[in-house]
Each structure stands twice: as structure tokens, then as C-alpha cells.
Design a protein around this ligand. Structure first.
Ligand code: SF4
Ligand code: SF4
Ligand code: SF4
Length: 193
């Protein structure tokens, strides 16, 4: 059996210590990798998107209670669920007077954050025959929830929801919106994929 020199023994010891150290780092990273919890909104609990919550007052706490000047919460339109309606109740103030084009004359969003455009093949003779895309400009939206409340049955399909944008959220230990939320909809959990 060969005998280790002092230099070799020190080399083994150093590598062992490094491996133990790496194991520690790996364990730490593993803990961090699992520590992916972030503030999220449960759309089934948020009063603005909750199905069946009709004729109730809009909750704007997501817009008013974030510590950031422009809330980390934004409205997001999930396009596969959007009906691409001709008269979208989240885009138009449907109670406003009808203009010469037959459409409501006012928009719902107080920040003019929603863009409307006809998509696909366009029927020049009948605009009601076309599909429309509604795109939310996240640099303008403050998460006030008005469009979310409006895009709900029976007028809408519930494709717009409020979501926390994790690239701007400070991930406060005690989120002030979660404290203010009347529906307990603001929770710390793994972000949806
Ligand atoms: S949440 Fe408010 S600010 Fe944002 S798009 Fe909807 S209505 Fe506009
Ligand atoms: S964690 Fe902080 S930054 Fe993020 S939404 Fe809540 S209050 Fe705003
Ligand atoms: S505070 Fe709660 S109920 Fe109000 S808009 Fe935000 S998630 Fe919805």
C-alpha cells in the first residue's frame, strides 16, 4: 500500500474541505432554489375577477396600496380566452353615448392603457364582422382593476386578470397590498408557470 506524502495528504484535505464547502453551497443553493415563493394574486378570490361577483364595487387596493409609485400589479389579457369582441366592455365605457360610428364614445380605462385593433382578415363593409385584439400597455396600467371587473360574464369572458409583475415587485416581506386586500387574494406562493 503506498504511503501518502505530507503534501499529498494536505492536497486531499484541501480538496475534501473544498467539497464540504461546495456541498454547503449546493445545500444553500438548493434552499434558495426552493425559496422561489413570491407574491401572487388568486384570480378566484380577487373581487375584480371572481366569477359571480357582479354588481359589486371595484377594489382598487392593488393600484393604491403598493409601495411603488406605479404599482407592481398590472392587468394582463390572456388572449386564448379573449373573445376579441367588437364592443369590448373592458375597452369601451359601454354606458357612454353612442357615437356616429355606432360605438360607445368613451373608453373605460382612466389611463388609456388599452389599445384596440382589428386583426386577421378585415371586412371593410362591416366592422362588427371583424375580430379585435386588446393589448394592455403595462407602462401605463396601474392595476386599478376596472377592466378586469368589466371583462366578466355576462358581457365579457373573464380573460383579463390582475397579476404581480415580478420584474418590478420589490418582494416586500410584508406586502402592503396583501395587508389591504379585502378578499385575502394576495398570497405568497410559487408563481404560476
Ligand atoms: S387595470 Fe385599470 S389602468 Fe390597467 S388597463 Fe385596466 S382599467 Fe386601465
Ligand atoms: S411586495 Fe411590495 S412592491 Fe410588490 S406588490 Fe407588494 S407592496 Fe408592491
Ligand atoms: S387588493 Fe385583493 S381584491 Fe383588491 S384588487 Fe388586489 S387582489 Fe383584488
Amino acid at each position: 500500500m503506498s504511503r501518502l506524502t505530507r503534501r499529498e495528504m494536505l492536497g486531499h484535505a484541501a480538496r475534501g474541505a473544498a467539497l464540504v464547502g461546495m456541498g454547503g453551497v449546493t445545500a444553500y443553493l438548493t434552499v434558495k432554489a426552493h425559496d422561489t415563493y413570491a407574491w401572487e394574486i388568486d384570480p378566484n378570490k380577487c373581487i375584480n375577477s371572481q366569477l359571480g361577483a357582479l354588481g359589486v364595487e371595484i377594489c382598487d387596493a392593488c393600484a393604491t396600496d403598493c409601495v411603488l409609485p406605479l404599482s407592481a400589479v398590472r392587468a394582463v389579457n390572456h388572449y386564448p380566452e379573449c373573445g376579441r369582441c367588437y364592443i369590448c366592455p373592458a375597452y369601451f365605457e359601454i354606458k357612454s353615448a353612442v357615437g356616429p360610428d355606432g360605438l360607445p364614445s368613451e373608453k373605460l380605462c382612466p389611463r388609456d392603457a388599452i389599445e384596440r385593433k382589428a386583426i386577421g382578415w378585415i371586412d371593410p363593409d362591416d366592422p362588427a364582422n371583424n375580430f379585435y385584439e386588446y393589448v394592455i400597455d403595462e407602462s401605463l396600467c396601474n392595476g386599478c382593476g376596472r377592466c378586469v371587473m368589466a371583462c366578466k360574464e355576462p358581457a365579457g369572458l373573464g380573460s383579463i386578470r390582475l397579476e404581480v409583475r415580478h420584474d418590478v415587485c420589490l418582494d416586500c416581506n410584508r406586502c402592503s397590498i396583501s395587508t389591504a386586500c379585502p378578499e385575502d387574494a394576495y398570497e405568497r406562493r410559487e408563481p404560476a408557470a
